[in-house]
Design a protein around this ligand. Structure first.
Ligand code: COA
Length: 161
């Protein structure tokens, strides 16, 4: 039984590497050293731009309908969600009121596990988004944000080089 799990583990790793190669080819632009650790779900790959050294962990959900641009040295922790489709709450029928808005993520950003980034948001450089946080508004550079809605926990003294 133990051998079965070891073999399954390696088969899963191989599939992840195949998906990594596939994703790097189908998205709009992919920088150097893109890494995936586990499967993730991606809508509209043709509207996703990734910089260098981007890491995507298990169970990440990326909806790139509104366009998503990600800088260098960015990590998406397990289960985080980046959703570039919002809702026009003034429309009568909510299922017909989706609005796509772009998301921009800067350089050296860590998106904590289970965090959600909503449409139309820009995140600066050197930012940590705490686990489970919901980012509803722009986040300035050099800070840690936590909570729902995400607010600054602490500023960081740092320059992105
Ligand atoms: C955001 C984070 C980096 C802050 O770490 P830290 O600076 O060491 O912060 P602390 O643990 O000292 O907590 C400071 C305060 O923020 C709160 N806090 C920390 N993380 C929080 C979170 N994710 N959501 C809400 N509040 C949070 C703490 O409860 C504490 O509140 P208090 O001052 O009222 O007691 C960390 O908590 C976190 O979420 N890390 C991401 C973990 C992760 O995703 N790991 C996967 C990596 S692959």
């Amino acid at each position: 039984m133990q051998y079965f799990f070891i073999i399954f583990h390696y088969i899963r790793k191989v599939f992840t590497k195949i998906q990594q190669f596939y994703v790097s080819k189908v998205i709009k632009q992919c920088g150097k050293h893109f890494r995936m650790y586990g499967g993730f779900y991606l809508q509209k790959p043709q509207k996703l731009i990734l910089g260098d050294n981007v890491t995507i962990n298990d169970g990440v959900y990326i909806n790139a309908r509104g366009g998503i641009t990600v800088g260098n040295d960015v990590s998406f922790s397990a289960g985080s969600k980046i959703v570039s489709t919002g809702l026009d709450v003034n429309k009568d029928k909510f299922n017909q009121s989706h609005i796509d808005k772009p998301i921009f993520i800067g350089n050296n950003v860590q998106i904590g596990t289970g965090a959600i980034v909503l449409s139309g948001v820009t995140i600066g450089d050197n930012v940590i988004i705490g686990a489970g946080s919901v980012v509803t508004k722009d986040i300035e550079s050099n800070c840690i944000v936590v909570g729902n809605p995400a607010k600054i926990l602490r500023k960081l003294k740092r320059e992105y080089e």
